[in-house]
Design a binder for this molecule. Sequence first.
Ligand code: FAD
Ligand code: SF4
Length: 462
Amino acid sequence: MPNMSLTKNSMPTQEANVRNKNFSEVALGYSEDQAFDEAQRCLNCKNKPCVAGCPVGIDIPAFIELMKVRDYKGAYGKITESSSLPAVCGRVCPQESQCEGKCVRGIKGESVGIGRLERFAADYYSKTDNNEKKELSITKNGIKAAVVGSGPAGLTCAGELAKNGCEVTVFEALHKPGGVLVYGIPEFRLPKAVVAKEVDGLREMGVEIITNAVIGRTITVDELFEQGYNAIFIGSGAGLPNFMKIPGESLKGVYSANEYLTRINLMKAYLDESDTPAKRAKNVAVVGGGNVAMDAARCAKRLGAENVYIVYRRSETEMPARLEEVHHAKEEGIIFKTLCNPVEIIGDESGTVTKMKCVEMTLGEPDASGRKRPVEKPDSEFILECDAVIMSIGTSPNPLIKDTTEGLDTNRWGCIVADEDGLTTRENVYAGGDAVTGAATVILAMGAGKTAAQAILKKLKK
Ligand code: FAD
Ligand code: SF4
């Protein structure tokens, strides 16, 4: 008999007032009993609506059936048939709008905690079996591939190519591999050890990872072909921050979320010995309503800010951030100022930010994105006192690779043009992830990396 409880097993977490002062993981993961109990809530539906909601088509009921008999290792194996980063996706995928959003149990009550079960299976596997040295016997196929960028798109593409016998080199601009998983998403949401383990797995498969290598500057795409690479995958993400173009954005104390999060996550600015500290501000305004904004706000709180504001021009309903992140941010004391838009950042005589002028908004008719258009309320200006402003209103792909690669087309948003296989307008050059779609999700980037790898294999094995 399935467990017909209307609610999910709750996720054990650090106390809000304790965790908002440290960088350790917030969600602690299910215990084995909780995972076993949660698995019993799945009805093993014949038409599997949850699978249709998963961008990489994990056979969700099949892995949960294995968890129902405590075969967690088997469950992990089932998940990895379709996804190469379950420990990451179990933690950061927006399940509520994907698999869990389609789960039958969600019609009357809460959906099955699919993400939490995925994370449990991955963590269980990592703790129990992963330390065994795997015997890998991969027959080489003679194809030499270069992967640009080591985010989820690049790592997945590299893994898929290496598994199938290609000689793969990953070129990463930063000094550590992992992309946004390492420099963007904070430790308290995604421990870096989880990502490092995935990267080690690739190295075990023979993938070479060269860091501090900026394609377009250290070496170009054409020079990679001259060096004997047969195919190139570009997974360079969308790391170029957008700004609002309002007065005062160049004042001291105004950051892009990317810079702020990179200082904190990659350069560990929260440690006293860090070479690149971040300003310890008292009142911080974070402009935006996505996952990036939530991460920046929660980091600012952890760095000791008294008041951290999320300033978002639409209402909470339209916020693109994962529900869990919004919920956790509120618990941690982040103040939400919705239907509010900055019009000017104001500084003192030394050029340092002291306040932000905002206006109130209302919602009008839906715009091209389908969300209600924010409209300024007349005579609604007010001042928000703040000594740091973090702009988190989206990012675009960096034009460096496009500018140094003749014949590589991009669209009007600077995203690389690629077909459904990831093939760009240059022969044997493939691309995927945020570099093609603009800022999106981990799982979509992974899906694109895998599709492109399969297309490369299909074409070059001929
Ligand atoms: P990236 O992860 O951006 O990786 C690209 C890599 O390419 C980087 O390491 C970069 O340094 C490197 N690179 C760039 N240019 C070059 C070059 N010229 N030469 C060599 N290397 C280069 N998604 C979710 O699903 N859930 C979340 O909770 C979530 N939270 C997020 C929080 C933050 C703060 C951010 C910024 C994003 C978040 N996202 C989330 C989005 C998600 O992380 C991205 O969609 C995903 O990482 C895109 O993967 P990618 O491989 O395409 O690019
Ligand atoms: Fe289980 Fe929900 Fe999927 Fe049905 S829709 S198989 S209950 S996870």
